[in-house]
Design a protein around this ligand. Structure first.
Ligand SMILES: [Fe+2]
Length: 600
């Protein structure tokens, strides 16, 4: 049976005598919208040409809504006009299984009537989508010939990972809170197809369980699960057995005990001003089970650390169980992990030690922003081609002229560098924290070489650059050939998808960098030439093969997208200097302000 709808739209994979395959020219714009992490991805002729998150442009962290700015960027990058777009895809199964969804609501009372109403309201907005686009971009609605196509949420997650992985054959697992009323989907990927073999339906969800305990520990922000993951490294999982009362798993099945969930407010996501927010999930039964919840301003105690360690431990146990169940039916040792849970880099790292899996691929954007790309791939179906992804630089870039204009209009002094890498290394050796802005922006949340804050790990107080809660791990970028000298169980990690534990002899030396000896790491090989060159030159001078590399943003705000934003925020980011393309901008000593023209 054909997979995907592309053939019905006149898109064909064609064989040629020379054996080269191609897809008939077709422009597909994939979107994630009305959902946290709104994003756009554009595929031309079956190939990805641009992808970006809306938050980078509208400056609303995790922005939901319609990614109009990201759409505009993708079109500009590809040099296309809206009349050239054949299909717009999005990950949302609007009508399928709707009776089932209603039944879920009425049986379990955890999904609110208002949430169902919200879904219908969004469906109404979809009807007017062309008018919205025409209005925003100032074009006649008649010129928009594209068709709108909805695709399955988890299949979109899975394809965005598997088709860009290095594996011809792999187990493919997608886990999140839920999407299209499914929280886990698992399959076997072969060639360019994924056969779905398991699924867990709402409300049973490992993602909801993790978020519920995250809220209980006083972390109420969207994406705060990473703080609990960090906190877990300090604790002992003494609450694991108690938490088993809430969630149980057996041979690939999963069940939540709904008596611990707040059925008054249910599970709902709102996005006032485009900022996503999740309703409080737990109720007083959780307090009866493991004691009082922590208020956000309350000090973190050993008990909180132990609860965090327990939710992390139980989550890992359940995911390992899912993987082992899959493996026993389909003994394949490659794994592709997608869905929001794939941001849990500690869990990702432990899979190798605890299951038969030998190689793991996590895409640069495994969460919902990656659905823009995944939905386009789901549409292409059989016409989609495997294209192992060795970089994540799918976002905007700025020319020298753009950078010069930004410097001039900001009125700041700058120095043109003949060798930006050499100057970066000099600054790093002298303990300076630098902003590193080069080439196309990363797609996904990690700084991988284009929009980075770089710091020498031996600099005094390397954590000063962000007023970050001490619970989020700092990332490091390390030359891949030296990684195993510093870290246990090193994996190929070009997208900073894994946590590593420092080897004993290095622990004291780098205790400021790590969370209880753990840090998130990016392995840097020849596929990332600029960052690799910088690391090689830094190693020549310092003998260290790695740098602290954290995203180029003010804490709590989206990653910096443009030179203009970077120049404006150098002080708020506590940077000593920024290298933007070939230009150096320095901060006035101690003032956090960039130098004006008059001060040189
Ligand atoms: Fe998702």
């Amino acid at each position: 049976m054909p997979f995907g709808d592309a053939a019905a739209f006149g898109c064909y994979q064609t064989g040629r005598p020379d054996g080269i395959f191609f897809v008939k020219l077709m422009n597909i714009l994939g979107l994630n919208f009305f959902h946290a992490n709104a994003s756009a991805a554009l595929m031309v002729d079956g190939k990805l040409v641009a992808a970006a998150e809306e938050e980078r442009f509208n400056r609303v962290k995790f922005s939901a809504g319609v990614p109009l700015c990201a759409i505009g960027y993708c079109m500009k990058q590809a040099g296309l006009q809206f009349k050239d777009i054949d299909v717009i895809t999005y990950p949302r199964a609007t009508n399928t299984r709707i009776v089932n969804k209603d039944q879920i609501h009425f049986q379990d009372r955890i999904y609110k009537v208002t949430s169902l109403y919200d879904r219908y309201r969004i469906n109404l907005k979809l009807i007017n989508f062309k008018e919205m686009v025409a209005d925003h971009f100032g074009i006649p609605v008649e010129s928009l010939v594209f068709k709108l196509r909805e695709e399955d949420h988890h299949l979109s997650h899975m394809l965005s990972g598997f088709l860009y992985s290095p594996f011809d054959e792999a187990l493919v697992l997608s886990c999140d809170a839920f999407g299209d009323f499914v929280s886990v989907k698992a399959g076997v990927g072969r060639g360019n197809r994924i056969e779905i073999v398991r699924q867990v339906e709402f409300p049973h969800s490992i993602g909801l369980f993790y978020t519920m305990v995250t809220q209980f520990l006083g972390f109420n922000g969207y994406g705060d699960e990473s703080k609990v993951m960090g906190l877990s490294t300090y604790g002992y999982p003494e609450y694991t057995d108690k938490l088993r009362t809430i969630i149980s798993a057996d041979h690939g099945t999963l069940r939540l005990n709904l008596k611990f969930f707040n059925q008054e407010s249910g599970v709902g996501t709102t996005w006032a001003d485009q900022t996503p927010d999740i309703t409080q999930l737990y109720n007083e039964n959780l307090t009866r089970l493991i004691g009082d919840q922590r208020r956000p301003e309350e000090e973190i105690t050993g008990r909180h650390q132990n609860i965090a360690a327990s939710v992390q431990h139980l989550t890992e146990e359940i995911v390992f169980d899912l993987i082992e169940d899959l493996y026993s039916a389909h003994p394949i040792t490659n794994l592709v992990l997608t869905g929001g849970l794939a941001y849990n880099s500690l869990l990702n790292a432990r899979i190798i030690d605890e299951t038969p899996i030998q190689k793991i691929y996590v895409p640069p954007s495994p969460g919902n922003s990656g659905l823009a790309l995944g939905s386009a791939l789901a549409f292409l179906g059989d016409q989609a081609q495997r294209a192992p992804m060795d970089h994540a630089f799918w976002g905007p870039e700025y020319s020298i002229r753009d950078i010069e204009e930004a410097l001039t209009s900001a009125g700041v002094a700058s120095e043109e560098l003949s060798d930006p890498i050499e100057r970066a290394v000099e600054l790093l050796i002298s303990g300076r924290a630098i902003g590193w802005f080069q080439g196309r922006m990363e797609f996904g949340p990690r700084s991988l070489g284009s929009r980075c804050i770089l710091v020498n790990p031996l600099a005094p107080d390397p954590r000063r650059i962000k007023r970050r809660h001490n619970l989020k791990p700092l990332g490091i970028s390390i030359l891949e050939e030296h990684a195993s000298a510093y870290l246990h169980s090193v994996q190929h990690s070009p997208f900073m998808s894994f946590m590593g534990r420092l080897k004993g002899k290095h622990r004291r030396e780098f205790e400021n960098v790590t969370l209880n000896n753990y840090c998130r790491y990016q392995t840097v090989g020849p596929e990332n030439p600029l960052l690799r060159q910088l690391l090689l030159r830094f190693k020549e001078k310092s003998r260290l093969p790695f740098l602290i590399n954290t995203s180029l943003n003010v804490e709590g705000e989206p990653v910096t997208e443009s030179p203009r934003q970077l120049i404006a925020d150098i002080g708020r980011m506590r940077l000593d200097a920024a290298i933007i393309g070939e230009y150096l901008v320095t901060s006035r000593e101690g003032s956090g302000e960039v130098s004006g023209r008059d001060s040189g």
